[in-house]
Write a protein that binds this ligand. Structure first.
Ligand SMILES: Nc1nc2c(ncn2[C@@H]2O[C@H](COP(=O)(O)OP(=O)(O)O)[C@@H](O)[C@H]2O)c(=O)[nH]1
Ligand SMILES: [Mg+2]
Length: 456
């Protein structure tokens, strides 16, 4: 598209509200005329200049700083103008209105970053890193998003793509020139490269998996029989008494949800009704909702009152029913509570088939260890160095790429067929390329950028 066909977009890039300053940002190509009308003077590239922002009658709307970044040396790659005005709804709206009068249109969410992507300023994973950085809810999430933004994730993906391209060149040459008679089965080097590629992919997947958890958090459902101490634990972990705790079984009916940071990991914790047979209408509905929580959770913590006499019976009978409710890929663990009430040791439950931990929610015993237990459970035991932020779509693409390379390797071993391997390598490459955006359908781009905030 010719540069003069591109709309000039405008948006308030700082949060709405009152503050010291607000930044109104424009991106497009014909910003010279904006400057002339808005300040009655020209701008010097890349210099912060004190200016008076004028309305159509040359009345001063506000005074502030204007910085002009001529194309291509700007965030979007187009000409960008930043207007730093006083922070307040009315002033910023008046400046935006003036820009609209001068021919700009309001930017769509993420449109500045989308333009940066389309102009080759950053790739898709970097663009997503920016959005993740803005939305980060913990220091680790911000650190990992910053690495993605700086291109670390893309770099590692591109490195694997290059390996795959090299392998494809070799395999396709063998197919095209059979006279050379290169025997795939005997090509140790190719096999070694496939093995190395799988190893690299697995490491990237581990980092991406951890990065996704740091970024998006995990849903943890507390469940178990009535009176096990779920609400007591919920209150302890969230830091305040939102759940009612009583010794009357069946107290909790509604689902309570809170977001907490556990070891800097965002956790969406839920407390719900205890699981038991009940004829009472309200409790039955509470149990139904509790079961929905179990189904939706990434991690189900089954709380057991270890002072209750029927511990083994509970483990043998109730627990398998709960497990059945858990969704595929979710994690399940048992937390033995009330260890303050009796002399209870790990060896007393060594027959428990699931990962377990011992606590007293009432006395706060074993709680720090429980926090580590939860983060270990989801694979954050040892945070691999250089974790970058990632999203579900990245993990799916990485998983697919790994699957294709593994199938290709098997096919090479079993049949020595170059054709099949070539196809698998191509599919793996396409999946990886979709992460950085060099192979992404338009609707995917639309979906990604529309989730950004306006002004970014
Ligand atoms: N001794 C002792 N009592 C506990 C502990 N945790 C909870 N309780 C008590 O057990 C009863 C039920 O607790 P609650 O949190 O309401 O259980 P829920 O039904 O699973 O939500 C209350 O009287 C709590 O004070 C614990 O670790 N030790
Ligand atoms: Mg409760």
């Amino acid at each position: 598209m010719a540069s003069n066909d591109i709309d000039t977009i405008v948006a308030i890039s700082t949060p709405r509200g009152t503050g010291g300053i607000s930044i109104v940002r424009l991106s497009g190509y014909d910003l010279e005329q904006f400057c002339e009308h808005l300040f009655s003077s020209k701008l010097v590239p890349k210099q912060a200049l004190f200016k008076r922002f004028l309305d159509s009658k040359k009345m001063v709307i506000d005074e502030g700083i204007a910085i002009y970044f001529p194309s291509p040396e700007s965030f979007t790659g187009e000409c960008v103008l930043e207007l730093h005005c006083h922070g307040g709804h009315v002033i910023t709206d008046m400046i935006v209105t003036r820009c609209l009068e001068l021919g700009a249109r309001m930017a769509q969410p993420g449109e500045f970053t989308e333009r940066a992507f389309l102009n080759g300023k950053l790739d898709l994973a970097q663009a997503e890193g920016i959005s993740d950085l803005i939305n980060a809810s913990s220091k680790s999430a911000a650190r990992s998003a910053s690495l993605s933004m700086q291109g670390e994730f893309s770099f590692q993906v591109r490195e694997i793509v290059e390996d795959i391209i090299e392998m494809r060149k070799f395999v396709e040459a063998c197919i095209d020139f059979p006279a050379e008679d290169i025997d795939f089965l005997d090509n140790r080097d190719l096999k070694k490269r496939l093995v190395l590629c799988i190893k690299k992919l697995n490491l990237v997947i581990k980092r991406a998996h951890q990065g996704r958890i740091l970024q998006e958090g995990i849903n943890v459902a507390l469940t178990g029989k009535p009176n096990a101490g779920k609400s007591t634990l919920f209150n302890l972990l969230t830091g305040y008494d939102s759940a009612i705790v009583t010794s009357t079984p069946g107290t909790t009916r509604d689902v309570l949800r809170e977001k907490v940071l556990i070891n800097d990991v965002p956790i969406f914790l839920s407390d719900s009704a205890g699981l038991r047979e009940s004829d009472e209408e309200i409790e039955k509905e509470g149990i139904r909702r509790a079961e929905e929580e179990i189904k939706a959770a990434d991690v189900v913590l089954y709380i057991v009152d270890c002072a209750n006499g029927s511990l083994n019976q509970e483990l043998a009978h109730l627990l398998p029913g709960v497990l059945k409710l858990c969704s595929d890929g979710s994690l399940f663990a048992v937390v033995f509570n009330k260890i303050d009430m009796l002399d209870f040791k790990k060896s007393d439950v060594s027959h428990c088939l699931y990962p377990f931990h011992l606590i007293s929610a009432k006395e706060g015993l074993g709680i720090n260890e429980l926090k580590n237990f939860i983060t270990d459970l989801v694979g954050l035991d040892e945070i691999v160095e250089g974790v970058f932020s990632a999203r579900k779509r990245h993990l799916i693409a990485l998983g697919e790429a790994l699957k294709f390379i593994e199938i290709g390797k098997k096919q090479l071993n079993n049949t020595g067929s170059g054709e099949l391997l070539a196809e698998d390598l191509k599919s793996a490459q396409n999946n990886l390329s979709s992460i950085v955006g060099s192979y992404s359908p338009d609707d995917l781009l639309g979906e990604i950028f529309s989730s950004f905030c306006i002004g970014k």
